[in-house]
Design a protein around this ligand. Structure first.
Ligand code: SF4
Ligand code: SF4
Length: 353
């Protein structure tokens, strides 16, 4: 793998030069202080001082709702208008790991042309990060990334170490060779190692993911699930913010004014009541506790059993988002018999008083 140095003042000119003819997506700060990946029109919008975005980058490949095809009595026409040339800049290692999980599902498990086309037309430019109190990537083994990107920018004091991860990444560097310096000194390496060691020490929470498949199995009937179900609002936010959730629904949209229907695809969430409803109004998982078991079985058991790693990359979005503290940290800690300080636990104690 080749590594170059890039002076910080060259970053935006480099991004400008490579994004001609493509949509450049990068993290931007919203007025309320949270971050969101947006198409960049003005480079001053980019804010790299962020930990996580509200929605995960999967929204860039498969938007929350898009048209799949138009159907008439005689034919249907596929619609790939969501596919454009894109560059995503500023992705953290956990989110790149999540894209690799999406690849596993949509490219290898079965071929989803809507994902594959979007993925093939998107360049991934990663960026280093610093953990906050919700980051679990070290526990999930996703704090470092060695594949899945075209370029990765590790930020040091005045420059970046730029790792080339693909031939497409190499082509990007060749567009502005004068910006890049191949002379990596011992001092640069030392600075990078020190930064890595400091980052390692900055994690304040951890989860023992390797015990989770057994604990999920052993505690499948545990009263914990009823407690969680009592407090859950069934809002679906935990699924919508998770970078590895991939459920979707298909809607037919007939138009009275056109002799055609549009078939659209939108994100779905297993924590929503409608998710397991079938024709006739039957619902296989009417209880919220059952839907939460499904969500956590996927994250903490099924994916680990099949692929040897959790379907959680430790991004911390569910921790920041769930209004009643049901998240990967509180659930895993409870399964592991650790004491948690969570709304759902206090709520359960109140209702049983
Ligand atoms: S379960 Fe939570 S921490 Fe894990 S990847 Fe999903 S949102 Fe991130
Ligand atoms: S666990 Fe939390 S975020 Fe998820 S559906 Fe329930 S209340 Fe909403």
């Amino acid at each position: 793998m080749r590594i170059f140095k890039l002076k910080k003042e060259y970053l935006f000119p480099f991004l400008e030069s490579i994004s001609e003819g493509a949509d450049l997506w990068a993290p931007t700060k919203k007025p309320e202080g949270k971050h969101s990946f947006q198409i960049i029109k003005d480079f001053s919008q980019i804010d790299l001082d962020y930990t996580r975005t509200i929605l995960p980058p999967r929204k860039i490949f498969l938007p929350p709702s898009f048209n799949m095809f138009k159907a008439t009595e005689k034919k249907y026409e596929a619609d790939f208008s969501h596919v454009t040339e894109k560059i995503i800049f500023g992705l953290h290692p956990c989110d790149i790991h999540a894209i690799l999980i999406m690849d596993q599902f949509y490219k290898h498990h079965y071929n989803d042309p809507y994902y594959i086309e979007a993925r093939n037309n998107t360049l991934i430019l990663g960026h280093s990060c610093w953990p906050d109190e919700h980051c679990l990537c070290k526990s999930a083994g996703t704090d470092i990334i060695e594949e899945g990107y075209d370029l990765f920018f590790s930020e040091l004091e005045k420059e970046y170490l730029v790792w080339i991860g693909s031939s497409k990444g190499d082509d990007l560097i060749r567009r502005k060779p004068d910006f890049f310096d191949e002379n990596i000194t011992d001092k640069d390496i030392q600075k990078y190692i020190e930064w890595r060691e400091e980052k390692d020490k900055a994690f304040s929470v951890s989860i023992d993911f390797k015990n989770m498949p057994d604990l999920m199995e052993l505690k499948y009937q545990d009263p914990l699930w009823e407690k969680l179900g009592q407090a859950c609002l069934a809002c679906g936010s935990c699924s919508n913010v998770c970078p590895t959730c991939n459920c979707y629904n298909i809607n037919d949209k007939p138009f009275l004014t056109e002799n055609a229907s549009h078939i659209s695809r939108c994100w779905d969430a297993c924590t929503l009541e409608s998710y397991s409803e079938v024709a006739g109004g039957e619902n296989f998982r009417e209880a919220r506790s059952l839907r939460l078991k499904l969500y956590y079985t996927h994250k903490l058991q099924a994916y680990i059993s099949k692929y040897g790693k959790p379907a959680c990359v430790g991004c911390g979005r569910c921790i920041e988002t769930c209004p009643v503290d049901i998240n990967i940290k509180t659930v895993a800690q409870s399964l592991d018999n650790e004491t948690v300080d969570a709304f759902w636990d206090r709520f359960a104690k109140e209702v049983t008083k």
